[in-house]
Design a protein around this ligand. Structure first.
Ligand code: NIG
Ligand code: FE
Length: 404
């Protein structure tokens, strides 16, 4: 006889996919129940083993699949303007790198972002976030990196925080001051890195705007040595790091990130064995971004089989950004992860729940277990594979963020 458990909400008749054991496709609990109190899960498991509940409300899930709310762990969701014109230029043969070197690319979005104020950035970005929410996303990471000066980076991060307080979704902010060299620092990249590491990051961190620190380690971005400077500054502030690594070439960014205990290294198409071994040893998540792979027509695949063999956890994200992945659909990213990268269904599901939580350094989201936030997605699908299989459609039946 178990005692009665008092709670705010009980979800019954759920086919539960708790994601507490990543990579196990058959872990669906057919007759599942979830109970929450004060926004946190107090029970998730089979109806048979459940205690008696004294609940404020009971929600009958009607036998639907219930998963943790989805987590988009790598986005550049807040920005001004559009790069549709650049897309047209690429269709006529210009490369992403050539456009960037000619002053377009990230710098063109920088101009549009600097021209918008915080309210303008919120207005431009809220519809993108609403599209994610409509697909069951309950946590989204949002990077700065289109301001490239203190005031505009601050406006981006404040806009991200404001979206999180307005829209019933958790927002994790990442400072990406080292995303591209702003034109006023042309030929003075080291001086810009000094500004990022010594001025911008400490100021924004002191304002509570920074949950993690990222950089773009690339020929058109910053060198490994420059990234080290930024990571050292993050370390001094006790902030976790992550890295855009090995997207267009191999500058050994994955190993660098792992050396700094990075939460994740992201993109990784050009990652080598040394990077994989280092990531495995450090527990660094490989965040794969198939939308950017697809949209830039990259031809080198990320070494998925080697990540799998080495036991590197794999996350998937939209990389929502105006230049290389103008995509808000995390479900499409799952489909692309399977179709383009050959991830299994179980890997795709873990990649947007428990492993995406790890990529944000979070243990309180990404699975359905006592103590975690009651972030739930209820789906109109017969089996988990349908979440990965479908292209388009809106399979979400209901979404609960912190129990509401
Ligand atoms: O993740 N690689 C760098 N950052 C983005 C692209 C940014 C842009 O082109 O605006 C990415 O792909
Ligand atoms: Fe990115």
């Amino acid at each position: 006889m178990s005692a009665t458990l008092s709670c705010d909400t009980v979800w019954t008749a759920a086919r539960l996919l708790p994601m507490t054991v990543p990579g196990q496709p058959d872990a669906v609990i057919e007759q599942g129940v979830v109970a929450a109190r004060d926004g946190r899960i107090v029970y998730a498991g089979s109806a048979e083993a459940a205690p008696a509940f004294a609940a404020g409300r009971t929600i009958d899930c009607g036998g639907r699949l219930v998963t943790p709310g989805l987590i988009d762990c790598h986005t550049h969701l807040v920005y001004g303007g559009s790069r549709a014109g650049e897309f047209e230029a690429r269709l006529e043969g210009a490369s992403y790198e050539a456009i960037a070197r000619a002053g377009g690319g990230i710098v063109s979005t920088m101009r549009a972002t600097r021209a918008a104020d915080e309210a303008g950035l919120i207005a431009a970005s809220a519809p993108r976030l609403a599209e994610m929410i409509a697909e069951g996303v309950t946590t989204v990471e949002i990077k700065s990196g289109y301001g490239l000066e203190l005031a505009a980076e601050r406006a981006m991060l404040r806009a991200a925080r404001a979206l999180g307080s307005q829209m019933r979704v958790s927002v994790a902010t990442t400072f990406l001051g080292a995303h591209a060299l702003p034109p006023e620092y042309a030929g003075r990249a080291d001086a810009y890195i000094d500004l990022v590491a010594d001025t911008m990051l400490p100021a924004l961190a002191a304002e509570g705007l920074v949950d993690a620190v990222d950089a773009f380690c690339e020929g058109i971005g910053f060198s490994a040595t420059q990234v080290e400077r930024v990571f050292a500054a993050a370390g001094a502030l006790n902030l976790p790091v992550k890295l855009h690594a090995e997207q267009l070439s191999n500058l050994h960014g994955a190993a660098l990130a792992a050396r700094h205990g990075a939460l994740s290294a992201d993109h990784l198409e050009h990652c080598d064995d040394a990077g994989i071994v280092a990531m495995a040893a450090a527990g660094t998540v490989a965040t794969l971004l198939p939308g950017a792979y697809y949209f830039t027509r990259e031809t080198v695949l990320p070494p998925v089989a080697a990540f799998r063999a080495a036991g590197v956890p794999i996350a998937l994200a939209t990389d929502c950004n105006p230049g290389t992945s103008p995509m808000t659909s995390l479900l499409l990213a799952m489909n692309m992860g399977a179709t383009l990268f050959r991830l299994t269904v179980a890997e795709c599901l873990a990649a947007v729940t428990i492993n995406a939580a790890r990529a944000l350094g979070r243990r309180d989201i990404g699975a359905l277990a006592p103590g975690l936030w009651a972030d739930l997605a209820v789906w109109d699908v017969a089996q988990p594979a349908e979440l990965v299989y479908r292209i388009g459609g809106r399979p979400l039946h209901a979404r609960y963020w912190r129990g509401q």
